[in-house]
Design a protein around this ligand. Structure first.
Ligand code: AMP
Ligand code: GLY
Length: 424
């Protein structure tokens, strides 16, 4: 089989490495991929949002299957266009991808179906939003409606911050048209858990849970980032939380999407907060998480391609989806300064025996040299029998990888481990 993967970060690298375990896979193309992914797939310099070029490439190379892994092309309708030329895809169509593409849609959807989430108000007029925020409770969260590279949610601890968030998003158009409407949300508290799930529109199979670390610096300090490390399973996802999430959130979401004529096929990501009142939805994503995928897929024992094909073909209930009982930890090695300004172009050295544990996010090839080219550079994952061992192993692997200007948090999984030890 010839497979095309659309995207080019650590998540896509993890998907590709897992797909390669299936012997039916003859060739994988990655659009655009990156210098590290190039070791495992043929990278093609086509932007992941250039839908006509992606379709053209799929036609020319007669790909048998496409995995659209990144949010933007999914929201833009990449799957719809590929399906039109007869290419089956892993990933939702445009109608279903709106669950991530519009925060207003997802909040109204949850309200319609009584799915637990933070209380909210929607505004399309900045004056009304500013007026509302003069008396609304703080802290609060102001979110741009549309996609904003994961940066569209501003947690505001004070009224002043909330007012300036509205100005930035709606008046200065920091996220362009994505900020034409906003959602102002009640501030929730509790640990966060990501539950990625496979679904064919009818059957839904949650994967092992995980917890991301969004802040840039050790000690949960610094700015929010795309994610600086993950652990799986998440100790915050207790049996009780899991039962509540399944009954009140996961099953109702998949059922309601189908009822509304938007059956969701692919990976539906539930970003949950385990509040004192039980799990509530922070956000839905229409794709695998990054860097959650880098801990979830290494724990998957079953064949990824078979599962993906079953989500496309609607027979997920007939396919085994099993995870190993161990734990995994992924530490992101970033460029110092990320998510703001950072220098790049430094050579990366990864010993051969460490390579299987590395998912490359931001690096390019120059001749035979691998150079840093992004804020998040590598994800380094260790799998072990328990979380404590996995964390220790992941950090040992990081020490063996060298590049100038590197930075990684030294506390990935630390709080999770403390929570786990308290439980036992
Ligand atoms: P989002 O893009 O909606 O996932 O939000 C990004 C991050 O902001 C989340 O992972 C949370 O840490 C935080 N956040 C979003 N919404 C809320 C909320 N209603 N209450 C507290 N924190 C939130
Ligand atoms: N790790 C958060 C996300 O993938 O959106």
């Amino acid at each position: 089989m010839k497979i095309m993967v659309v995207g080019g970060g650590g998540r896509e690298h993890a998907i590709i490495k897992k797909l390669k375990e299936n012997r039916r896979v003859e060739k994988i193309f990655c659009l655009p991929g990156n210098g590290g992914i190039a070791e495992d797939a043929e990278c093609v310099q086509i932007s992941s949002t250039d839908i006509p070029a992606i379709v053209d490439f799929a036609k020319k190379t007669s790909v048998d299957y496409a995995v659209v892994a990144q949010d933007d092309p999914l929201i833009l309708g990449c799957v719809d266009e590929l399906n039109k030329i007869g290419v089956p895809c892993f990933g939702p169509d445009k109608k279903a991808a709106i669950i991530e593409g519009s925060k207003v849609f997802s909040k109204e959807f949850m309200k319609r179906h009584n799915i637990p989430t933070a209380a909210y108000e929607v505004f399309d007029d900045p004056k009304k939003a500013l007026e509302y925020l003069k008396t609304a409770p703080v802290p609060t969260v102001v979110k741009a409606d549309g996609p904003a590279l994961g940066k569209g949610a501003l947690v505001c601890m004070t009224r002043e911050e909330a007012l300036s968030a509205v100005k930035e998003i709606m008046e200065d158009k920091k996220f362009g048209a994505s900020g034409d409407r906003i959602v102002v949300e009640e501030f929730m508290t509790g640990p966060e858990v990501s539950v990625l799930s496979f679904t064919d529109g009818e059957t839904v199979i949650p994967m092992v849970s995980s917890t991301d670390h969004k802040r840039a610096l050790t000690g949960d300090l610094g700015l929010n980032t795309g994610g600086m490390g993950t652990v799986a399973p998440s100790p915050y996802y207790t049996k009780e939380a899991e039962k509540a999430a399944l009954e009140k959130i996961i099953l109702p979401t998949v059922r309601a999407m189908k009822e509304e004529g938007r059956p969701f096929k692919g990976c539906l990501y539930f970003g949950l907060m385990i509040t004192p009142d039980g799990p509530k939805v922070v956000e839905y994503n229409c794709r695998f998480g990054d860097p959650e995928t880098q801990v979830v897929l290494p724990l998957l024992k079953s064949d990824l391609l078979d599962i993906m094909l079953a989500t496309t073909n609607g027979n997920l209930k007939d396919v085994p989806v099993e995870f190993s009982g161990g734990a995994a930890c992924c530490v992101i090695m970033a460029s110092k300064g990320y998510p703001e300004k950072y220098e790049k172009g430094f050579e990366i050295t990864i010993p051969d025996d460490v390579k299987p544990s590395v998912y490359v996010a931001g690096a390019k090839l120059e001749g035979l040299k691998l150079l840093t080219s992004g804020g998040r550079v590598l994800g380094v994952t260790a799998v072990a029998k328990d979380l404590k061992t996995a964390i220790g192993e992941a950090y040992k692997l990081c020490e063996k990888i060298k590049f100038d200007n590197s930075y990684y948090r030294t506390d990935i999984g630390k709080k999770a481990l403390a929570a786990l030890e308290k439980e036992v």
